[in-house]
Ligand binder design. Structure first.
Ligand SMILES: *[C@@H]1O[C@H](CO)[C@@H](O)[C@H](O)[C@H]1NC(C)=O
Length: 459
Protein backbone atom coordinates (compact mmCIF):
# COMPACT_ATOMS: atom_id res chain seq x y z
CA UNK A 1 0.00 0.00 0.00
CA UNK A 2 1.48 3.28 -1.07
CA UNK A 3 -0.84 5.64 0.80
CA UNK A 4 -0.12 5.44 4.52
CA UNK A 5 -3.23 4.54 6.48
CA UNK A 6 -2.90 7.46 8.82
CA UNK A 7 -2.78 9.94 6.04
CA UNK A 8 -5.81 8.46 4.38
CA UNK A 9 -7.83 8.46 7.55
CA UNK A 10 -6.76 11.98 8.24
CA UNK A 11 -7.69 13.33 4.83
CA UNK A 12 -11.15 11.83 4.80
CA UNK A 13 -11.76 12.80 8.39
CA UNK A 14 -10.91 16.41 7.71
CA UNK A 15 -13.25 16.50 4.74
CA UNK A 16 -16.15 15.09 6.67
CA UNK A 17 -15.49 17.17 9.73
CA UNK A 18 -15.53 20.34 7.67
CA UNK A 19 -18.79 19.26 6.15
CA UNK A 20 -20.29 18.32 9.49
CA UNK A 21 -19.20 21.50 11.18
CA UNK A 22 -20.60 23.59 8.34
CA UNK A 23 -23.85 21.70 8.42
CA UNK A 24 -24.11 21.95 12.17
CA UNK A 25 -23.44 25.66 12.24
CA UNK A 26 -26.06 26.26 9.57
CA UNK A 27 -28.58 24.10 11.38
CA UNK A 28 -27.78 25.60 14.75
CA UNK A 29 -28.02 29.19 13.54
CA UNK A 30 -31.28 28.64 11.69
CA UNK A 31 -32.69 26.87 14.74
CA UNK A 32 -31.56 29.76 16.89
CA UNK A 33 -33.41 32.30 14.77
CA UNK A 34 -36.67 30.44 14.91
CA UNK A 35 -36.59 29.61 18.57
CA UNK A 36 -39.27 31.18 20.75
CA UNK A 37 -38.23 30.18 24.22
CA UNK A 38 -35.04 31.73 25.51
CA UNK A 39 -33.47 28.36 26.25
CA UNK A 40 -30.59 28.79 23.85
CA UNK A 41 -27.45 26.74 24.44
CA UNK A 42 -24.51 28.80 25.63
CA UNK A 43 -21.46 29.11 23.44
CA UNK A 44 -19.70 26.72 25.73
CA UNK A 45 -22.45 24.14 25.45
CA UNK A 46 -22.39 24.47 21.72
CA UNK A 47 -18.66 24.02 21.65
CA UNK A 48 -18.93 20.90 23.78
CA UNK A 49 -21.66 19.48 21.64
CA UNK A 50 -19.67 20.22 18.54
CA UNK A 51 -16.62 18.60 19.97
CA UNK A 52 -18.42 15.43 20.86
CA UNK A 53 -20.00 15.33 17.44
CA UNK A 54 -16.63 15.69 15.80
CA UNK A 55 -15.21 12.97 17.99
CA UNK A 56 -17.94 10.53 17.05
CA UNK A 57 -17.70 11.36 13.37
CA UNK A 58 -13.96 10.99 13.53
CA UNK A 59 -14.33 7.64 15.17
CA UNK A 60 -16.80 6.40 12.61
CA UNK A 61 -14.61 7.57 9.75
CA UNK A 62 -11.59 6.04 11.32
CA UNK A 63 -13.33 2.71 11.56
CA UNK A 64 -14.71 2.84 8.04
CA UNK A 65 -11.46 3.87 6.43
CA UNK A 66 -9.44 1.34 8.37
CA UNK A 67 -11.94 -1.22 7.23
CA UNK A 68 -11.71 -0.16 3.60
CA UNK A 69 -7.98 -0.18 3.78
CA UNK A 70 -7.93 -3.71 5.08
CA UNK A 71 -10.31 -4.70 2.35
CA UNK A 72 -7.77 -3.80 -0.25
CA UNK A 73 -5.93 -6.89 0.77
CA UNK A 74 -8.98 -9.04 0.89
CA UNK A 75 -11.26 -8.10 -1.89
CA UNK A 76 -10.82 -9.09 -5.44
CA UNK A 77 -9.95 -6.39 -7.96
CA UNK A 78 -10.09 -6.68 -11.65
CA UNK A 79 -6.80 -5.22 -12.66
CA UNK A 80 -5.54 -3.65 -15.83
CA UNK A 81 -8.69 -1.74 -16.62
CA UNK A 82 -8.46 0.70 -19.47
CA UNK A 83 -10.02 4.12 -19.32
CA UNK A 84 -10.34 4.80 -23.03
CA UNK A 85 -13.89 6.01 -23.70
CA UNK A 86 -15.99 3.69 -25.80
CA UNK A 87 -18.80 4.62 -28.11
CA UNK A 88 -22.05 3.37 -26.64
CA UNK A 89 -22.81 1.75 -29.99
CA UNK A 90 -20.41 -1.03 -29.02
CA UNK A 91 -22.91 -2.15 -26.46
CA UNK A 92 -24.95 -5.10 -27.55
CA UNK A 93 -28.47 -4.53 -26.38
CA UNK A 94 -30.23 -7.61 -27.64
CA UNK A 95 -33.08 -8.31 -25.24
CA UNK A 96 -33.18 -11.99 -24.38
CA UNK A 97 -36.89 -12.02 -23.70
CA UNK A 98 -39.45 -12.34 -26.47
CA UNK A 99 -41.48 -9.14 -26.76
CA UNK A 100 -44.75 -10.66 -25.52
CA UNK A 101 -43.12 -11.62 -22.23
CA UNK A 102 -41.80 -8.22 -21.33
CA UNK A 103 -44.99 -6.97 -19.76
CA UNK A 104 -44.55 -7.80 -16.08
CA UNK A 105 -48.33 -7.90 -15.63
CA UNK A 106 -48.47 -11.08 -17.68
CA UNK A 107 -47.35 -14.00 -15.57
CA UNK A 108 -45.66 -16.59 -17.71
CA UNK A 109 -42.76 -18.97 -17.90
CA UNK A 110 -40.36 -16.01 -17.60
CA UNK A 111 -41.20 -15.89 -13.91
CA UNK A 112 -39.45 -19.15 -13.36
CA UNK A 113 -36.30 -18.20 -15.18
CA UNK A 114 -33.07 -17.34 -13.48
CA UNK A 115 -30.60 -15.21 -15.39
CA UNK A 116 -26.96 -16.15 -14.99
CA UNK A 117 -25.22 -12.80 -14.97
CA UNK A 118 -21.49 -13.20 -15.55
CA UNK A 119 -19.13 -10.31 -14.88
CA UNK A 120 -16.10 -10.15 -17.12
CA UNK A 121 -13.34 -7.68 -17.81
CA UNK A 122 -10.02 -8.57 -19.33
CA UNK A 123 -9.44 -12.30 -18.87
CA UNK A 124 -10.34 -14.12 -22.09
CA UNK A 125 -9.29 -17.57 -20.90
CA UNK A 126 -11.12 -17.23 -17.61
CA UNK A 127 -14.36 -16.08 -19.17
CA UNK A 128 -14.21 -18.84 -21.75
CA UNK A 129 -13.69 -21.57 -19.20
CA UNK A 130 -16.42 -20.08 -17.04
CA UNK A 131 -18.97 -19.95 -19.86
CA UNK A 132 -18.04 -23.48 -20.93
CA UNK A 133 -18.80 -24.70 -17.42
CA UNK A 134 -22.17 -22.96 -17.38
CA UNK A 135 -23.09 -24.45 -20.75
CA UNK A 136 -22.01 -27.89 -19.61
CA UNK A 137 -23.74 -27.83 -16.22
CA UNK A 138 -26.99 -25.95 -16.70
CA UNK A 139 -29.94 -28.30 -17.01
CA UNK A 140 -31.87 -26.03 -19.35
CA UNK A 141 -31.05 -23.15 -21.68
CA UNK A 142 -34.58 -21.76 -21.28
CA UNK A 143 -34.60 -21.68 -17.50
CA UNK A 144 -31.03 -20.40 -17.12
CA UNK A 145 -30.33 -17.82 -19.83
CA UNK A 146 -26.83 -16.41 -19.74
CA UNK A 147 -25.94 -12.73 -19.76
CA UNK A 148 -22.26 -11.85 -19.95
CA UNK A 149 -21.50 -8.28 -19.00
CA UNK A 150 -18.10 -6.89 -19.86
CA UNK A 151 -16.46 -3.83 -18.39
CA UNK A 152 -13.06 -2.71 -19.70
CA UNK A 153 -11.94 -2.21 -23.23
CA UNK A 154 -10.24 -5.51 -23.86
CA UNK A 155 -10.62 -6.80 -27.38
CA UNK A 156 -9.44 -10.36 -26.78
CA UNK A 157 -12.01 -10.82 -24.05
CA UNK A 158 -14.70 -9.27 -26.23
CA UNK A 159 -13.81 -11.71 -29.01
CA UNK A 160 -13.87 -14.66 -26.63
CA UNK A 161 -17.39 -13.77 -25.50
CA UNK A 162 -18.65 -12.97 -28.98
CA UNK A 163 -17.52 -16.43 -30.13
CA UNK A 164 -20.51 -17.89 -28.25
CA UNK A 165 -22.90 -16.11 -30.62
CA UNK A 166 -26.52 -16.44 -29.57
CA UNK A 167 -25.82 -18.94 -26.82
CA UNK A 168 -25.69 -15.93 -24.56
CA UNK A 169 -26.62 -12.26 -24.35
CA UNK A 170 -23.56 -10.09 -24.47
CA UNK A 171 -23.78 -6.63 -22.92
CA UNK A 172 -21.01 -4.08 -22.46
CA UNK A 173 -20.81 -1.40 -19.86
CA UNK A 174 -20.95 1.73 -22.02
CA UNK A 175 -19.60 4.16 -19.45
CA UNK A 176 -15.84 3.83 -19.68
CA UNK A 177 -15.28 7.38 -18.47
CA UNK A 178 -12.50 7.85 -16.01
CA UNK A 179 -13.58 7.61 -12.41
CA UNK A 180 -12.09 10.18 -10.09
CA UNK A 181 -12.32 9.00 -6.51
CA UNK A 182 -11.38 11.54 -3.86
CA UNK A 183 -7.59 11.96 -4.31
CA UNK A 184 -6.65 9.88 -1.30
CA UNK A 185 -8.87 7.05 -2.44
CA UNK A 186 -7.25 6.84 -5.86
CA UNK A 187 -5.87 3.42 -5.01
CA UNK A 188 -9.38 2.09 -4.81
CA UNK A 189 -10.38 3.05 -8.33
CA UNK A 190 -10.78 -0.65 -9.22
CA UNK A 191 -13.52 -0.97 -6.64
CA UNK A 192 -15.29 2.05 -8.03
CA UNK A 193 -15.31 0.49 -11.49
CA UNK A 194 -16.65 -2.80 -10.19
CA UNK A 195 -19.47 -1.08 -8.32
CA UNK A 196 -20.38 0.97 -11.41
CA UNK A 197 -20.34 -2.15 -13.56
CA UNK A 198 -22.52 -4.10 -11.12
CA UNK A 199 -25.04 -1.28 -10.84
CA UNK A 200 -25.35 -0.94 -14.57
CA UNK A 201 -25.54 -4.65 -15.38
CA UNK A 202 -28.10 -5.35 -12.66
CA UNK A 203 -30.27 -2.54 -14.00
CA UNK A 204 -30.15 -4.13 -17.43
CA UNK A 205 -30.94 -7.57 -16.06
CA UNK A 206 -33.86 -6.62 -13.85
CA UNK A 207 -35.24 -3.40 -15.32
CA UNK A 208 -34.66 -3.87 -19.05
CA UNK A 209 -34.74 -7.65 -19.42
CA UNK A 210 -37.17 -7.97 -16.51
CA UNK A 211 -35.91 -11.15 -14.98
CA UNK A 212 -37.24 -12.03 -11.56
CA UNK A 213 -34.10 -13.78 -10.36
CA UNK A 214 -30.44 -13.55 -11.21
CA UNK A 215 -27.39 -15.49 -10.14
CA UNK A 216 -24.27 -13.33 -10.20
CA UNK A 217 -20.95 -14.94 -11.00
CA UNK A 218 -17.51 -13.77 -11.98
CA UNK A 219 -15.28 -15.22 -14.62
CA UNK A 220 -12.74 -16.62 -12.16
CA UNK A 221 -15.18 -18.94 -10.39
CA UNK A 222 -15.47 -22.69 -10.90
CA UNK A 223 -18.93 -24.17 -10.46
CA UNK A 224 -19.98 -27.32 -8.63
CA UNK A 225 -21.86 -30.10 -10.45
CA UNK A 226 -25.08 -29.21 -8.62
CA UNK A 227 -24.66 -25.43 -8.83
CA UNK A 228 -27.90 -24.99 -10.79
CA UNK A 229 -29.82 -27.55 -8.74
CA UNK A 230 -28.85 -25.74 -5.56
CA UNK A 231 -30.06 -22.37 -6.79
CA UNK A 232 -33.25 -23.56 -8.41
CA UNK A 233 -34.31 -25.39 -5.26
CA UNK A 234 -33.55 -22.48 -2.93
CA UNK A 235 -35.18 -19.87 -5.17
CA UNK A 236 -38.62 -20.32 -3.57
CA UNK A 237 -37.17 -19.51 -0.17
CA UNK A 238 -36.37 -16.00 -1.35
CA UNK A 239 -40.04 -15.54 -2.19
CA UNK A 240 -41.51 -17.07 0.93
CA UNK A 241 -39.16 -15.71 3.58
CA UNK A 242 -38.77 -11.91 3.68
CA UNK A 243 -35.89 -12.29 6.16
CA UNK A 244 -33.80 -13.92 3.41
CA UNK A 245 -32.21 -11.69 0.82
CA UNK A 246 -29.78 -13.93 -0.95
CA UNK A 247 -28.61 -17.44 -1.63
CA UNK A 248 -24.87 -17.83 -1.89
CA UNK A 249 -22.75 -20.67 -3.22
CA UNK A 250 -19.86 -19.81 -0.95
CA UNK A 251 -18.63 -20.90 2.48
CA UNK A 252 -15.97 -18.49 3.69
CA UNK A 253 -14.66 -21.18 6.04
CA UNK A 254 -15.05 -23.94 3.48
CA UNK A 255 -11.52 -25.33 3.57
CA UNK A 256 -11.34 -29.12 3.33
CA UNK A 257 -10.44 -29.79 6.96
CA UNK A 258 -12.92 -27.28 8.39
CA UNK A 259 -16.07 -28.71 6.92
CA UNK A 260 -18.20 -31.77 7.42
CA UNK A 261 -18.28 -34.18 4.52
CA UNK A 262 -21.97 -33.49 4.09
CA UNK A 263 -22.98 -31.95 0.79
CA UNK A 264 -26.63 -31.65 1.83
CA UNK A 265 -25.95 -29.38 4.76
CA UNK A 266 -27.18 -25.79 4.34
CA UNK A 267 -27.23 -22.86 6.77
CA UNK A 268 -28.58 -19.40 7.19
CA UNK A 269 -25.93 -16.74 7.64
CA UNK A 270 -26.05 -13.09 8.68
CA UNK A 271 -22.83 -12.46 6.77
CA UNK A 272 -23.33 -11.72 3.07
CA UNK A 273 -20.92 -14.17 1.38
CA UNK A 274 -21.15 -13.15 -2.30
CA UNK A 275 -19.02 -15.18 -4.71
CA UNK A 276 -21.80 -16.76 -6.73
CA UNK A 277 -25.09 -15.53 -5.32
CA UNK A 278 -28.73 -15.11 -6.23
CA UNK A 279 -31.04 -12.16 -5.67
CA UNK A 280 -34.55 -11.18 -6.74
CA UNK A 281 -35.85 -8.23 -8.74
CA UNK A 282 -37.56 -7.08 -5.55
CA UNK A 283 -34.26 -6.68 -3.76
CA UNK A 284 -32.68 -4.96 -6.73
CA UNK A 285 -35.55 -2.48 -6.91
CA UNK A 286 -34.75 -1.60 -3.32
CA UNK A 287 -30.98 -1.32 -3.81
CA UNK A 288 -30.69 0.24 -7.27
CA UNK A 289 -31.46 3.86 -6.31
CA UNK A 290 -28.98 3.83 -3.43
CA UNK A 291 -26.27 1.62 -4.94
CA UNK A 292 -22.85 2.81 -3.75
CA UNK A 293 -19.96 4.03 -5.88
CA UNK A 294 -17.47 1.56 -4.38
CA UNK A 295 -17.06 -1.40 -2.03
CA UNK A 296 -20.55 -2.62 -2.84
CA UNK A 297 -20.26 -5.87 -0.90
CA UNK A 298 -19.25 -4.24 2.36
CA UNK A 299 -21.91 -1.63 1.81
CA UNK A 300 -24.46 -4.45 1.61
CA UNK A 301 -23.15 -5.74 4.93
CA UNK A 302 -24.00 -2.52 6.77
CA UNK A 303 -27.05 -2.69 9.04
CA UNK A 304 -28.85 0.00 6.98
CA UNK A 305 -28.86 -2.26 3.95
CA UNK A 306 -28.96 -5.67 5.53
CA UNK A 307 -31.87 -4.92 7.84
CA UNK A 308 -31.28 -8.17 9.72
CA UNK A 309 -31.73 -10.24 6.59
CA UNK A 310 -29.80 -13.45 6.04
CA UNK A 311 -28.49 -15.55 3.18
CA UNK A 312 -28.53 -19.29 2.62
CA UNK A 313 -25.07 -20.80 2.30
CA UNK A 314 -23.82 -24.37 1.93
CA UNK A 315 -21.41 -26.27 4.14
CA UNK A 316 -19.53 -27.39 1.04
CA UNK A 317 -19.08 -24.52 -1.43
CA UNK A 318 -20.77 -24.62 -4.81
CA UNK A 319 -18.15 -22.30 -6.26
CA UNK A 320 -14.41 -22.16 -5.88
CA UNK A 321 -11.66 -19.96 -7.18
CA UNK A 322 -10.22 -21.20 -10.43
CA UNK A 323 -6.53 -20.81 -11.07
CA UNK A 324 -7.51 -17.77 -13.07
CA UNK A 325 -8.32 -16.13 -9.76
CA UNK A 326 -4.65 -15.82 -9.15
CA UNK A 327 -4.31 -13.28 -11.91
CA UNK A 328 -4.26 -9.79 -10.45
CA UNK A 329 -1.57 -8.30 -8.28
CA UNK A 330 -3.74 -7.29 -5.37
CA UNK A 331 -5.33 -10.64 -4.86
CA UNK A 332 -2.28 -12.88 -5.12
CA UNK A 333 -1.66 -13.26 -1.41
CA UNK A 334 -5.28 -13.59 -0.40
CA UNK A 335 -5.74 -16.17 -3.11
CA UNK A 336 -2.78 -18.25 -1.98
CA UNK A 337 -3.53 -18.06 1.71
CA UNK A 338 -7.23 -18.52 1.59
CA UNK A 339 -9.37 -18.52 -1.51
CA UNK A 340 -7.75 -21.40 -3.34
CA UNK A 341 -8.22 -23.74 -0.38
CA UNK A 342 -12.01 -23.52 -0.38
CA UNK A 343 -13.25 -26.96 -1.35
CA UNK A 344 -15.64 -27.30 -4.26
CA UNK A 345 -18.50 -29.74 -3.77
CA UNK A 346 -18.24 -32.74 -6.11
CA UNK A 347 -21.42 -34.63 -5.20
CA UNK A 348 -24.73 -33.92 -6.88
CA UNK A 349 -27.42 -33.30 -4.27
CA UNK A 350 -31.01 -33.40 -5.50
CA UNK A 351 -32.08 -30.35 -3.53
CA UNK A 352 -35.24 -29.95 -5.61
CA UNK A 353 -36.63 -33.22 -4.22
CA UNK A 354 -35.88 -32.17 -0.64
CA UNK A 355 -38.05 -30.19 1.75
CA UNK A 356 -36.03 -27.06 2.46
CA UNK A 357 -38.65 -25.33 4.56
CA UNK A 358 -36.52 -25.95 7.64
CA UNK A 359 -34.47 -22.97 6.42
CA UNK A 360 -37.34 -20.54 6.87
CA UNK A 361 -36.63 -18.29 9.81
CA UNK A 362 -39.49 -19.26 12.13
CA UNK A 363 -38.51 -22.88 12.10
CA UNK A 364 -34.80 -22.48 11.68
CA UNK A 365 -34.03 -20.12 14.52
CA UNK A 366 -35.45 -22.17 17.37
CA UNK A 367 -33.94 -25.37 15.92
CA UNK A 368 -30.59 -23.72 15.42
CA UNK A 369 -30.42 -22.30 18.93
CA UNK A 370 -31.34 -25.67 20.39
CA UNK A 371 -28.93 -27.52 18.12
CA UNK A 372 -26.04 -25.28 19.18
CA UNK A 373 -26.72 -24.67 22.84
CA UNK A 374 -27.64 -28.23 23.78
CA UNK A 375 -23.91 -29.03 23.61
CA UNK A 376 -21.49 -28.24 26.41
CA UNK A 377 -19.18 -25.26 26.26
CA UNK A 378 -15.66 -26.59 26.64
CA UNK A 379 -12.12 -25.25 26.63
CA UNK A 380 -9.69 -25.34 23.74
CA UNK A 381 -7.52 -27.67 25.81
CA UNK A 382 -10.35 -30.17 26.12
CA UNK A 383 -11.08 -29.95 22.42
CA UNK A 384 -7.48 -30.44 21.40
CA UNK A 385 -6.91 -33.15 24.01
CA UNK A 386 -9.89 -35.10 22.71
CA UNK A 387 -11.56 -35.53 26.11
CA UNK A 388 -13.33 -33.51 28.74
CA UNK A 389 -11.59 -32.49 31.94
CA UNK A 390 -13.62 -35.02 33.90
CA UNK A 391 -12.22 -37.76 31.65
CA UNK A 392 -15.36 -38.26 29.56
CA UNK A 393 -14.91 -38.55 25.80
CA UNK A 394 -15.88 -35.55 23.68
CA UNK A 395 -19.51 -35.45 22.59
CA UNK A 396 -20.06 -35.32 18.80
CA UNK A 397 -20.55 -31.54 19.00
CA UNK A 398 -19.29 -28.89 21.40
CA UNK A 399 -19.24 -25.17 21.88
CA UNK A 400 -16.31 -22.82 22.27
CA UNK A 401 -17.65 -19.70 23.91
CA UNK A 402 -16.53 -16.18 23.11
CA UNK A 403 -17.66 -13.19 25.10
CA UNK A 404 -15.71 -10.43 23.45
CA UNK A 405 -14.21 -9.46 20.16
CA UNK A 406 -10.66 -10.41 21.00
CA UNK A 407 -11.52 -13.88 22.24
CA UNK A 408 -13.38 -14.41 18.99
CA UNK A 409 -10.46 -13.25 16.87
CA UNK A 410 -7.83 -15.23 18.74
CA UNK A 411 -9.88 -18.42 18.73
CA UNK A 412 -10.80 -18.08 15.07
CA UNK A 413 -7.17 -17.58 14.16
CA UNK A 414 -6.04 -20.58 16.21
CA UNK A 415 -8.43 -22.83 14.31
CA UNK A 416 -7.66 -21.41 10.89
CA UNK A 417 -10.99 -19.63 10.46
CA UNK A 418 -11.59 -16.21 9.00
CA UNK A 419 -11.31 -13.83 11.93
CA UNK A 420 -12.79 -10.64 10.51
CA UNK A 421 -16.08 -8.85 11.07
CA UNK A 422 -18.27 -6.60 9.02
CA UNK A 423 -20.53 -4.33 11.02
CA UNK A 424 -19.85 -6.65 13.93
CA UNK A 425 -20.83 -9.85 12.11
CA UNK A 426 -18.15 -12.56 11.95
CA UNK A 427 -17.80 -14.27 8.58
CA UNK A 428 -20.34 -17.13 8.12
CA UNK A 429 -21.99 -16.36 11.48
CA UNK A 430 -25.65 -16.87 12.21
CA UNK A 431 -26.82 -15.33 15.49
CA UNK A 432 -23.12 -14.94 16.24
CA UNK A 433 -22.44 -18.67 15.85
CA UNK A 434 -19.66 -19.86 13.55
CA UNK A 435 -19.69 -23.63 12.93
CA UNK A 436 -16.62 -25.59 11.88
CA UNK A 437 -15.09 -29.05 12.20
CA UNK A 438 -12.16 -29.99 14.37
CA UNK A 439 -11.23 -33.50 13.37
CA UNK A 440 -14.51 -35.36 13.67
CA UNK A 441 -15.99 -33.00 16.24
CA UNK A 442 -18.52 -30.39 15.23
CA UNK A 443 -17.57 -27.14 16.91
CA UNK A 444 -19.74 -24.07 17.34
CA UNK A 445 -17.73 -20.97 18.08
CA UNK A 446 -20.59 -19.25 19.84
CA UNK A 447 -21.51 -16.28 22.02
CA UNK A 448 -23.41 -16.81 25.29
CA UNK A 449 -26.92 -18.18 24.98
CA UNK A 450 -28.21 -14.79 26.11
CA UNK A 451 -26.96 -13.22 22.84
CA UNK A 452 -29.42 -10.80 21.26
CA UNK A 453 -27.61 -8.87 18.56
CA UNK A 454 -24.31 -7.93 16.96
CA UNK A 455 -22.17 -5.06 18.12
CA UNK A 456 -21.29 -3.03 15.01
CA UNK A 457 -18.23 -1.68 16.82
CA UNK A 458 -16.56 -5.07 16.61
CA UNK A 459 -14.15 -4.94 13.70
C1 LIG B 1 -30.11 1.95 -12.06
O1 LIG B 1 -31.47 2.26 -11.91
C2 LIG B 1 -31.77 3.09 -10.80
C3 LIG B 1 -33.25 3.17 -10.63
O2 LIG B 1 -33.88 3.53 -11.86
C4 LIG B 1 -31.10 4.44 -10.98
O3 LIG B 1 -31.37 5.26 -9.86
C5 LIG B 1 -29.62 4.22 -11.12
O4 LIG B 1 -28.96 5.45 -11.40
C6 LIG B 1 -29.28 3.21 -12.22
N1 LIG B 1 -27.88 2.92 -12.16
C7 LIG B 1 -27.09 2.88 -13.23
C8 LIG B 1 -25.67 2.57 -12.99
O5 LIG B 1 -27.52 3.07 -14.34
Amino acid sequence: MVVPRRFLIYAVSVLIIVWTVGFWILTASSLGKGTVNGDMPTVEERANLLQSKIASVEKAIHEQVAENKRLMNLLRVHNGQVNAPQPPSLTTTKAPIPAQNINPAVPDAADDRVAILVFACNRPKAVQSHIDQILRLRPSAERFPIIVSQDCDHQETTNAIKAYGDKLTFIRQPDQSEIKPPPKLKKFVGYYKIARHYGWALNRTFFDFKYKYAILTEDDLDLAVDFFEYFSATKKLLDTDPTLWCVSAWNDNGKGDKIEDNSELLYRTDFFPGLGWMLTDRLWTELAPIWPSSFWDDWLRLPEQRKDRACIRPEVSRTSMSNNGKVGVSKGLYYDKHLRHIRLNDRFVKFSTMDLSYLVKDRYDSDFVRRVYQWPSITQGELRGGKLNNGDPLPPAVRLTYEDKNTYKVTAKEFGLMDDFRAGVPRTAYRGVVPFMFGRTRVYLAPLASWTNYDPKWS
